[in-house]
Design a protein around this ligand. Structure first.
Ligand SMILES: Cc1ncc(COP(=O)(O)O)c(C=O)c1O
Length: 389
């Protein structure tokens, strides 16, 4: 029997997306100049990382076969958690099957009616979903506004509070002011949760922005990381005091009711973390390339790998990305609802392995592709804050 209502509705939604220039497609990996993916240090194809994954695959099999709290905890998970602690300076680590489930796990385990969550307006979708699931009262503060964080903490009625920010923001590429935020949290008996998805392997010589800010091991600072960007693997982790790890093992539903991280991913990420720690020149190469890329694209330099080019409209962003692609350059095209400030943009991700020639080619193409389509937006970095006017 036909069910036309659903089909008509789906077609209607597709038509609306097409009119607004918001159509997305699954994009296969191709041998192009890649400024779109998040393999910032090129570790996903590093022979040492691949060899570690192959070895774990042979030794432990393709999957972990059970949740960590049943029989899924393997030596590779323990090793990964040790390596992540060494890299970040955190007291303890707990691996999750993704960065998404790490954010879900920690915020639902810490949240509830007695815990206020104070969220920066630009935090990742996984944090927003976690906040909803946690059933915590939530205050969202303007992006980068530490004074608003202080006010929210001071005026709260709940005994506990967690402030959530990203160290380097995923779409705009700007940085949170971690020192001021950690001080605000200390003054108001709150915890600071820093999503280091784009900071680990990138900031602080690769050890992350929390380490660079001198906050490694601070008792009131918690990190979440993904293993799928600069570490080139797959998975996630929560890092913080040992008492938190113990609480998560016992209460974080996305840890308990989830099959453990696949052994090959855990081993790959552990090796990648060791490489990042031993070879800070990788992060240095990334920053040199980011600087050159921003210079040649004539855009303001952001502090991490992600460089952001605001565009006049969603359609202009899509057209610029398509034009770049036709010339062999892959650029991220971010449009509503994936842009926290509603401004469509090209997202250019620098990486350590880009050649000067490749960056020069990309720079010329980006300048040409965006010519005449830039918004009147000016980007200003001040204390890790980006304002668009
Ligand atoms: C800021 C941020 N947090 C969390 C995640 C989720 O990480 P994963 O892809 O490992 O689930 C991402 C990935 O896109 C991210 O950008």
């Amino acid at each position: 029997m036909r069910a036309p209502a659903m089909e008509e509705w789906l077609q209607g939604r597709a038509d609306v997306r097409a009119r607004r220039g918001l159509v997305r497609n699954a994009v296969p990996a191709e041998p192009l100049l890649d400024l779109a993916s998040n393999d910032y240090l090129g570790l996903s194809r590093d022979p040492r990382v691949v060899a570690a994954a192959c070895e774990a695959l042979k030794r432990h099999g393709a999957g972990a076969r059970a949740s960590r709290v049943v029989t899924g905890t393997l030596p590779v998970h323990v090793h990964l958690e040790e390596q992540l602690c060494r890299l970040t300076g955190a007291q303890s680590a707990l691996a999750f099957s993704s960065g998404y489930t790490a954010n879900l796990g920690v915020l639902t385990a810490l949240g509830g009616p007695g815990t206020l969550l104070v969220l920066d307006a630009h935090v990742h979708a996984s944090v927003l979903d976690a906040a909803r699931l946690s059933r915590s009262p939530v205050v969202t503060v303007p992006h980068g506004d530490t004074a608003a964080v202080r006010t929210a903490l001071a005026e709260r009625n709940q005994p506990r509070a967690v402030v959530v920010v990203e160290s380097l923001y995923s779409v705009l590429g700007d940085a949170a002011c971690l020192t001021a935020l950690a001080a605000a949290c200390a003054d108001h008996d709150a915890w600071l949760l820093v999503d280091e998805a784009h900071g680990i392997g990138v900031a602080g010589g690769g050890r992350g922005a929390v380490h660079a800010a001198g906050l490694a091991g601070a008792r009131h600072v918690v990190l979440t990381v993904t293993l799928s960007k600069a570490l080139g693997a797959q998975g996630g982790a929560v890092l913080g005091p040992a008492v938190l790890r113990e609480h998560l093992v016992n209460t974080a539903r996305s840890f308990i009711f989830d099959t453990a991280l696949a052994p090959a991913s855990a081993a790959a990420a552990a090796t990648a973390a060791a490489i990042v720690l031993a070879e800070p020149e990788l992060a240095a190469a990334l920053h040199r390339n980011a600087q050159l890329l921003a210079e040649l694209c004539m855009i303001e330099l952001s502090p991490g790998a992600v460089q952001s080019v605001p565009m006049a409209s969603a359609g202009a962003a899509a057209a610029a990305a398509a034009s770049l692609r036709s010339h062999g350059v892959l650029a991220g095209c971010f449009r509503p609802p994936s842009v926290p400030d509603g401004i469509s943009r090209l997202r250019l991700a620098a990486s350590a392995g880009l050649s000067p020639g490749g960056i020069a080619r990309a720079g010329a193409l980006v300048r040409r592709a965006v010519e005449g389509t830039l918004t009147h937006a000016t980007t200003v970095h001040a204390f890790g804050e980006r304002t668009l006017s």
